[in-house]
Write a protein that binds this ligand. Sequence first.
Ligand code: M6R
Length: 615
Amino acid sequence: MCGIVGYVGHRPALDVVLQGLGRLEYRGYDSAGVAVVDGSGSLSVGRKAGPLANLAAELDGSGRDGFVGTTGMGHTRWATHGAPTDRNAHPHSDATGAVAVVHNGIIENFAQLRAELEASGVELTSETDTESAAHLIARQYAGDLAAAVRAVCRRLEGAFTLVVTHADEPGRIVAARRSSPLVVGVGDGEHFVASDVAAFIETTRDAVELGQDQVVTISADGYTVTDFHGDPVATRLFHVDWDLSAAEKGGHDYFMLKEIEEQPSAVRDTLRGHFVDGRIVLDEQRMDTQELRDVDKVFVVACGTAYHSGLVAKYAIEHWCRLPVEAELASEFRYRDPVLDRSTLVVAISQSGETADTLEAVRHAREQKARVLAICNTNGAQIPRESDAVLYTHAGPEIGVAATKTFVAQVVANYLVGLALAQARGTKYSDEIAREFAELEAMPDAVADVLGTVERVRALGRDIAGSKAVLFLGRHVGYPVALEGALKLKELAYMHAEGFAAGELKHGPIALLEEGLPVVVVMPSPKGRGVLHSKLLSNIQEIRARGARTIVVAEEGDDTVRPYASHLLEVPAVPTLLQPLVSTVPLQVLAAEIARARGFDVDRPRNLAKSVTVE
Ligand code: M6R
């Protein structure tokens, strides 16, 4: 939800900021803008609707006149208040043009602030909530930008990160954070603020995570952090454990295609270090084993793809731990008054660690005294910070908006949570846990095997790219896979796609079947839960009887299904619960290929942003 970057140093700020924005564009791409201040206090602002390339072309066309300073900031937008036009693009300024502000989040009391400004004669030129902040900071300013920003932040409601510069203070950028993410990049004679370390990873891997309600001032020489009242705050420096190559396409046309290929290592790296001396260990655990033992109910809360991984967790945890598990959309969870208490464990899954609905679900759970365990791909993000225990997925940065490698990493992390609970509760012997872990350790190779066979999937994708819809069916852990396959197709190819529990086919969806309609069926293993296999075989007959095309994802060697599959996509045989790790992969590839055949940018699907930091 908007990418922001600020820079103070010794290099031309425009180049540094544009490069940083390029790495943050996954956060929003409705419009982009920059502001640069030179040493004499001249502030230049450029803004343009559309992707960053539009802004860069316009700046190049004008010879980048005026953008010569070494202090600058930029923004890439996912529109909330106001259409994605030049006028609504950030940065926003006050009437004198002395202040420039970029913003990520939503200022919830903006209507009241706008009314107050208009009543005092200020003419607002955009429809955004952000512009009010620019005017308020300008009015508050009395020679100390940080003090003005702090005073205004105390008046703002909602979630926001602001980056601010003032013509009278060249060589300084002030940024404030409430809920929306902000990290400080610590370089040699140069400093950054950004929504994500990707913006400055090329220069430095040393960073500081800004906490809730904190304000940072950066200059070329250093940074200082205070709270919203100006009291100094201690900070913790961390070293980013991935490098520039992880944030580049590495020869692929799209990040998503690279990220699909990185799935074996995402699985391997997420498992690493979690089985020590015969025991499952989490990354951070601020709850003791007795508390894990006392858990009598589990809620898994998440959004989108992360929620689908949570549905898989339900099957694994119930089976291994004999505990009731509810997998729930985070956006629904806190509005339906769930029954929570000290012995409830809430597992919050979020790649970004900043999804607003999941964060609010975590806060709600903790207010009700439940314990929260976060599964997150972003070190130090808000959700893990507010949780009692954390398990990080080590998928590396995911730049494509569609979640792929983080899904398989989340599924793996869910299994680890299930095994940790089984270990604490004694529902599995240690040798059983060791066996389950060994089966997980075999999964990177199984995923790599699937990747070796996807050319057929690509050809199929091109073949069905003209279809008006695709249905996906699965049962047991194949059901979340079906949901995930449909979500990938919707978000990338803008096609009507629905995932169903196969048992529901006859209760309504069967009416959608017609001649030639592609129906993807995720088959369970004929071995593990054989009874489900024969039920899905019956579904396939029902689909064929109505003239639809069956695209069947099935275990290698499953000859019973072969005669009935219009297209057979084989995946390696793996234990039933682990099947989503292999059967999701062809569906990711299928969606990406259909989207490409239809001419769409798979890294930046329309209307979407990677992190949804507003409700
Ligand atoms: O960062 P999170 O895992 O909390 O994000 C949750 C969803 O927004 C995300 O999984 C979304 O559904 C994906 N873009 C789908 O590919």
